[in-house]
Design a protein. Structure first.
Length: 331
């Protein structure tokens, strides 16, 4: 996890949060807000690795991976279906559509009740509450592939993939420490509350799967439902999200000359619902649409489009690729 440490005196730095004027050639605007360096939360390998393992996180990760392996001894089509549905709710609706494109970059707006419902879906992923996730991602955009980036492959491919969450002090429930990076969320009482108790949805889903599984099929079905609907589903979802942090900064194509190593990866896009078009995203971070060509599949944006047709999503910001002027927004 990210950890807190004093920062040396320096000039103010920039973190995504409030809108600036739209950049030429893009309908997506760039978001920044100024954070004094002394107030920053120190992230990255240099700041956190020396603090040793976060044993709570490490033990939890081992337990979920063991559960994921165990799930294959309890296979059934119904358990696979339940796992797939929960995966879509957690990773596509929750992480991609909500935490990333809605809460972090404000690429569109929805009614508050729907924003809260989508946030609950995101907490099913075991990726923390909204204030932690959004703050960490805004720091990533601020310092992408430079010192202080929470998960850059410059500090090792494994570090970027999973190592970064296994060291240092966990910030999942420390809403005050992270509030400076996400003041828009911190002023919302629901987002503060769910950021502290983000684990409740996973526990609730596990209890429901256990009870319903037992009722409809006995103890073996109960155990199988938990292993598939919680253990394996969460483990696959974590690695899918982590691949955006690692693989899409290491392998793939670059359409835009951004100031980082972001890449477009079709196979990561398949796993994550479109989050793998990462170079497109770093070039146009506020765009709710990441797939800029017809063949760049982007199911998370399709979900936003469906919400718009239902009258539930408004103010959708979308970048358009201009081959004659392929510049990142703000360049």
């Amino acid at each position: 996890m990210a950890s807190i440490a004093p920062a040396p005196p320096s000039n103010d730095t920039v973190v995504p949060a409030t809108p600036l004027p739209k950049a030429p050639g893009s309908s997506a605007s760039v978001k920044v807000h100024v954070i004094p360096t002394r107030d920053q939360v120190r992230m990255g390998r240099k700041a956190t690795a020396g603090k040793g393992f976060n044993w709570t996180t490490l033990i939890a990760m081992i337990a979920f991976h063991v559960a994921a392996v165990g799930a294959f001894f309890f296979f059934s089509w119904s358990r696979l279906a339940v796992s797939a549905i929960l995966y879509i709710l957690a990773i596509n609706v929750g992480i991609g559509m909500c935490y990333h494109r809605l809460l972090t970059h404000r690429g569109y707006t929805v009614p508050k009740w729907l924003e809260y419902l989508m946030t609950l879906c995101a907490t099913l992923s075991l990726e923390g509450g909204p204030i932690f996730w959004v703050s960490t991602h805004r720091v990533h955009h601020q310092l992408s592939d430079h010192e202080g980036d929470p998960h850059t492959p410059h500090e090792g491919g494994w570090w970027a993939h999973a190592g970064w969450i296994l060291f240092g002090q966990s910030l999942h429930a420390q809403t005050e420490a992270l509030a400076r990076y996400s003041p828009d969320l911190h002023k919302d009482s629901f987002h503060r509350w769910i950021s502290k108790y983000h684990w409740l949805t996973i526990v609730t889903s596990g209890v429901l799967l256990l009870g319903l599984g037992w009722y409809f099929g006995g103890w073996r079905n109960a155990v199988g439902m938990v292993l598939w609907g919680v253990g394996l589903r969460i483990t696959i979802g974590l690695h899918a999200t982590w691949l955006v942090n690692s693989a899409t900064h290491m392998w793939g194509s670059r359409r835009f000359e951004t100031k980082d190593d972001s890449r477009n990866s079709w196979w990561v896009a398949l796993l994550t619902g479109g989050e793998g078009w990462h170079n497109n995203h770093h070039a146009h971070p506020v765009s709710a649409r990441h797939g800029l060509k017809w063949w760049e599949i982007d199911p998370n944006f399709w979900g936003i489009w469906i919400l718009s047709k239902l009258g539930l999503a408004r103010g959708i910001k979308t970048a358009q690729y201009d081959p004659e002027n392929p510049r990142p927004a703000g360049s």
